[in-house]
Design a protein around this ligand. Structure first.
Ligand code: HAM
Length: 419
């Protein structure tokens, strides 16, 4: 019997997996330059953290969580997102009692039991950044700029930024009521009608054409913002403009998580089909209190690594997949030579030269094939006679030129050649 990876999951394998590592690094790099510190939280948390933090009425909590009891009967959930866990960790360790804002970044697996399709997986990877404990439009703008810089550092040109404000506890209730009044007058199925009562903003995000057609005249939050929210949003927009980060206002941008207030934004890529959001985030001024903490106005984002990979693929930015793995490949001929080669590759690696060797007792032909496949620039061929002469044959695989070099000098010589 053979096993398959569970539905909605897949394996990243070499050489494509190298690109994924590079993407994670590139997306995190701007935040690290801006003083964000690395946090790692557990992959599973108390189920209530997400129920309260992300919101009972969201798809994520009501349909998509991987929830299970542990052996002591506690209800645990594989994290579907990273923001509620970060707030939990900050509160638990009292980081908010120090210098504010607390700025952190993370990188890790997330789990959502979604209907799987291209770009939508049950196990996926996010790089996230959060700044907790400051209400300052410059902080919202900083995060958005950092996200945009991450994408552009990868060479992506097709990422568009959409921004919106969802208002706050002063102006949102009146907007919500106005939206509900409008939605109640539409011809909607039962599920959607109950969504109107629980989470009307989500209805604005409905992708079905028959629903979309009816939403044309829906009240927009932008027309209901209180003066403070309006001024805040204007300042975020103005800072983005000043930083040269292009954006589109999207008054219908609502997000799939309940904790947002004021600024919300999404990075979208048009080459991805229906799962176009490569990243998203916003301000969540009330989340700390929802989790039992003090007021801690905060803002953050999470960028989807898997979708960023797809966006790079769509833009033809992925370099040739057969990339170089090692610089040098050892070809030992005979048992004594194998023992000596084992030590030689170790010496090379310690000198910072990436090196591999033929394993499994292959002959010259099989080993040279391995050398070709490894992508190495140089092969080191060591036979019994070379060993007796304390030398090794250094073959440049691009020119087929071969020279004999003393074993004692090979690391130094190669160090000079591969750097
Ligand atoms: P989110 O919009 O749910 O936000 O996810 C952020 C990004 O993760 C999405 O834009 C997408 O690229 C990726 N993503 C989400 N679901 C999937 C999936 N099923 N398959 C592949 N990629 C996916 C959050 O998670 C918030 N915690 C962001 C945030 C941080 N807000 C404030 N701080």
């Amino acid at each position: 019997m053979s096993f398959q990876a569970p539905k909605g999951t897949f394996d990243w394998l070499p050489p494509r997996s190298e690109q994924v590592l590079a993407i994670r690094e590139a997306l995190a790099a701007p935040a690290r330059l801006a003083g964000y510190g690395y946090v790692e939280t557990p992959v599973f948390e108390d189920t209530q953290l997400f129920a309260r933090g992300v919101g009972e009425s969201t798809d994520i909590v009501s349909k998509e969580m991987y929830t299970f009891p542990d052996k002591a009967g506690r209800s645990l959930t594989l994290r579907p997102e990273g923001t509620a866990p970060v707030v939990r960790a900050v509160l638990q360790h009292g980081l908010h009692n120090g210098r504010l804002p607390v700025k952190v970044w993370y990188s890790g697996s997330q789990f959502r039991y979604e209907r799987s399709q291209k770009g939508r997986y049950r196990h996926f990877w996010q790089v996230g950044a959060e700044a907790l404990g400051a209400e300052d439009p410059a902080l919202d703008a900083e995060l958005i700029v950092l996200g945009a810089r991450g994408y552009s550092s990868l060479g992506l040109t097709g990422v568009r930024l959409l921004v919106n404000s969802l208002g706050d506890k002063t102006c949102r209730p009146a907007y919500r009521a106005a939206l509900q009044a409008f939605l109640r007058g539409l011809d909607l199925d039962e599920d959607t009608r109950s969504r109107v009562e629980i989470n009307p903003l989500r209805v604005l995000d409905d992708k079905r054409p028959e629903v979309r057609a009816q939403l044309t005249g829906a009240p927009l939050v932008a027309d209901h913002l209180c003066p403070a929210c309006k001024a805040y949003h204007e300042e975020v927009r103005s800072l983005l403009g000043a930083a040269g980060v292009a954006f589109d206002d999207d008054p219908r941008l609502v997000r799939g998580l309940d904790y947002y207030t004021r600024t919300t934004f999404e990075f979208v890529h048009d080459g991805l089909g229906s799962q176009s959001a490569v990243g998203g985030g916003g301000r969540y001024d009330g989340l700390s209190e929802m989790l039992g903490g003090p007021p801690l106005p905060s803002v953050g984002w999470a960028l989807g690594v898997d979708r960023t990979y797809l966006a790079m693929e769509a833009e033809g930015l992925l370099t040739d997949t057969e990339q170089e793995h090692v610089q040098v490949y050892g070809v030992p001929l005979g048992d004594d030579a194998r023992r000596r080669m084992f030590l030689l590759v170790d010496e090379l690696r310690r000198a910072g030269v990436s090196a591999d060797m033929a394993f499994g007792g292959k002959g010259l032909k099989g080993s040279m094939k391995g050398a070709d496949r490894s992508g190495a620039r140089f092969a080191l061929i060591l036979g019994e006679r070379d060993l007796a002469a304390q030398a090794v044959q250094l073959k440049d695989l691009t020119t087929a030129e071969q020279t004999e070099v003393p074993l004692a000098q090979v690391a130094d010589i190669l160090k000079g050649k591969v750097q």
